[in-house]
Design a protein around this ligand. Sequence first.
Ligand code: SPQ
Length: 438
Amino acid sequence: MFSEINVRFCLKPGGSLNGQIRVPGDKSISHRSIMLGSLAEGVTHISGFLEGDDSLATLKAFRAMGVQIEGPDNGKVVVHGVGMLGLQSPAAALDLGNSGTSIRLMSGLLAGQSFDVEMVGDASLSKRPMRRVTDPLALMGAKIDSAEGGTPPLHLHGGSQLKGIDYTLPMASAQVKSCVLLAGLYAEGQTRVTEPAPTRDHTERMLQGFGYAIERDGATATLSGGGVLKATDIDVPADISSAAFFMVGAAIAENSNVLLEHVGINPTRTGVIDILRLMGAELEVTNERVVGGEPVADIRVASSKLKGIQIPEELVPLAIDEFPALFVAAACAEGETVLTGAEELRVKESDRIQVMADGLIKMGIKAEPTPGGVVIQGGSMRGAEVDSHGDHRIAMSFAMAALKASGSVVINDCANVNTSFPGFVSLASQAGLNISTK
Ligand code: SPQ
C-alpha cells in the first residue's frame, strides 16, 4: 500500500558523488531538544534543528500541550520552557505521524502527567510494537491502553503517581531506555535502566546538558525523580544516519570523493564507519571536536573496492538505522556479507530485512533473508522498479544503488523521505546523483 501521495524517485544509472555536503540535523537529538527544552525552566535556543516531518511532529505535539515554540527558521528554534509540571492537556489526540521516537519517548514523559493524552500515528506507526514501552511503564504505575496487539493508538490516563523501577531492557533499544528514564523524571525514588548492549545515549547526554543528575555505571543508567531541567543552548550536528547514504554512495561509485561536514560521531552511532572500514572503504574522519556535549567531525569518503564481511554483532545496535544503506554496499562488494543479530530491523518503519532483500533481488542480487539478518552475495545490479514501503531509509538506499546499476531505477512510495531528510533529492543531485521525482 502506498502512502497518501505516491512520490516516485526515478534514477538514471551510473554517475559519481563529489563535493562538500552538509546533511540535515540529527533526528534523535532534534526530538530530544524539543522534549527537554519544553520541560525546562527558561528559554532554550536550538540551532541545526531537523525540519523533517518526524521532529516537526514532536514540536507540534508540545505546542499542542501549551508550550510556546518559535520557528523553525533555518534550523533555529526557540523553546519557552514551561517547567516539569507546566504542560497542559491537549485539545485533541497528538498525531505523531511516522515517528516511533516521538511516541515511545513521549509515552515516558507523559505517563506521569495529571491529564489524559491520546497518541496516534500513520499506517506504519500503527503497526509498530509498543508493549516494549507500555510494559515497563505499567511496572512504574502508569495506566496506558493500546490497540489490540499492543500497537498505537496509545491512551495514557493521567493522575498516576509513578514509582522508580530497576529495569533490564529485553532488547537493545534507545527508545525504550529513554522512555523509562524520562518517566523516571516524574517517579518517586530512583529509576535504573540496564541495557544488553550500548545504544545511542543522546537522552543521557542531554539530561546532563540540562543540568539533571544522571549516573552511568557500565550498562546501567540511574536517575532520581523530582529534579528540574535548566534551559540551555543546543547545536544539533548533521545526522550520521543521513550522511550514511552519501558514505555508501561515494564508496560504491567510481570517481567519487565527498566531504560530509559537521557530522555527529557519538560513539553509540558510529557502527556504519566501522563496518564500511571493515569492508575496505576509503574513509577518513577529520577535524574532530565536541559541540554542545556531542562529538562532531568531517568525514571524507572516496570510491573504494569493497569486500564482503561477517558483520560483528556488537556493531549492530551502533549502526541499526544504517543497514538499508549497508545492504547496498554489500551488494556492490566482492564476496559474501553476512548479518546476524539484527532482528530489530524487522520492526522499523518497514521490515527492513525483507524489503531490502526483495528490492535487491529485483535488481539481480542474491540476497537471502534470515530471521535476524541477511546473506548478500555481491554482484552486478540491473535496473528495476522497487518499493520502499513508505520507509525513508529504504527509498534513499535504493537511490544510491542506482549509481552502480546497469539500467534505470524507479522507487515507489518515497514521500516519507521528508520524515528524516527534507531536501534529499536536491542535495543528492547537486552531489551527482541522476535523480528526479514523479
Ligand atoms: O523514530 P523511528 O521511526 O523509530 O526512527 C528510526 C529511523 O530509522 O529513523 C527507526 F526506525 O530510528 C530510531 C532508531 O532505530 C531512532 C532512535 C532514537 O532516536 O532513540 C532509536 C532507534 O530505535 P530503537 O528501537 O533501536 O530504540
